[in-house]
Design a protein around this ligand. Structure first.
Ligand SMILES: N[C@@H](CCC(=O)N[C@@H](CS)C(=O)NCC(=O)O)C(=O)O
Length: 266
């Protein structure tokens, strides 16, 4: 099989795709899509692969999988390597995946950034407007993407309202994140891994969730829970962890570059 993964280094859902492919030891060609500075998700080439204009996308012998949840299930089913969703644990694993995907990691990440500094808030606002401008430009120059662009613009609009409104749902999202850590702690007190006694697809998503908590400064949510802390240490020692290049830090240089682009580039 010839596999191409369109991914972005710090993108949460791209990390899920990279981690499951690393666990399954799948070889692939990596195409980095710069979604922050160059905003390559709005390039006509990429939109013809992914009309939702998001990463990750896995292309396997011409089949496009344009969502991390789909990639998890597809990778487990179609590639050799360990079965990460065995029949006897399937119900618990799928339930754990549903719990994970019901949570808005974007609201948590953005909400935290907005509270960290007013400059971050201003830059985010500029970024959202810049994304909308790129999308409108694409719609003008490539009418074949009209309906994809209209859908994306609706989402961008929704993002602007939710993220920038004073009454955004941060307190609620933060409480949900803590509740997820509590329920993981309970699960991990009962079995070695997140959904069963074996490593599974659930561990792929929860490892990325914990990596994101670290990235946005919530390592204490992990450290203060005994089982969760031991689990996180164990996950970071797996062979797949460095292979998937999980991002737990935003280098200052990169943040400044993104900030500059959002504030000053067209
Ligand atoms: N449901 C999708 C969500 C993908 C997604 O939201 N990706 C973000 C990065 S983590 C993205 O590409 N954002 C760029 C944009 O929306 O313009 C999945 O699970 O793959």
């Amino acid at each position: 099989m010839h596999n191409i993964l369109y991914s972005n280094n710090s993108s949460y859902y791209s990390m899920i795709a990279r981690l499951v492919l690393a666990e399954k030891a799948v070889a692939y060609e990596l195409h980095n899509i710069d979604i922050h500075i160059k905003m390559e998700q709005f390039s006509p080439e990429f939109v013809s692969i992914q009309p939702k204009m998001t990463v990750p996308v896995l292309v396997c012998d011409g089949v496009n999988l344009a969502d991390s949840h789909q990639i998890l299930l597809f990778a487990n089913k179609h590639f050799s390597g360990p079965d990460l969703c065995p029949a006897e644990d399937e119900a618990a694993i799928l339930k754990s995946l549903d719990l994970h995907y019901a949570f808005s990691i974007e609201d948590l990440t953005m909400g935290k950034a907005l509270r960290k500094s007013p400059i971050a808030g201003f830059a985010l606002g500029c970024g959202l407007k810049r994304a909308a401008r790129r999308c409108q430009e694409l719609m003008r120059t490539h009418t074949e993407f009209k309906s994809a662009c209209e859908n994306k613009l609706k989402l961008e609009d929704e993002r602007q309202r939710l993220i920038l409104s004073k009454e955004n749902n941060y307190a609620q999202v933060l409480a949900q994140a803590i509740k997820l850590c509590d329920s993981l702690e309970v699960e991990l007190s009962q079995h070695e891994f997140a959904a069963s006694k074996h490593y599974s697809l659930a561990d792929v998503v929860w490892t990325v969730f914990l990596a994101r908590l670290v990235m946005i400064g919530f390592e204490s949510f992990i450290a203060e829970r005994k089982h969760l802390n031991a689990y996180w240490q164990k996950m970071t020692q797996r062979k797949s962890y460095p292979e998937a290049n999980l991002c737990t830090k935003m280098p200052l240089k990169f943040l400044l570059k993104v900030m500059f682009a959002l504030l000053f580039k067209k």
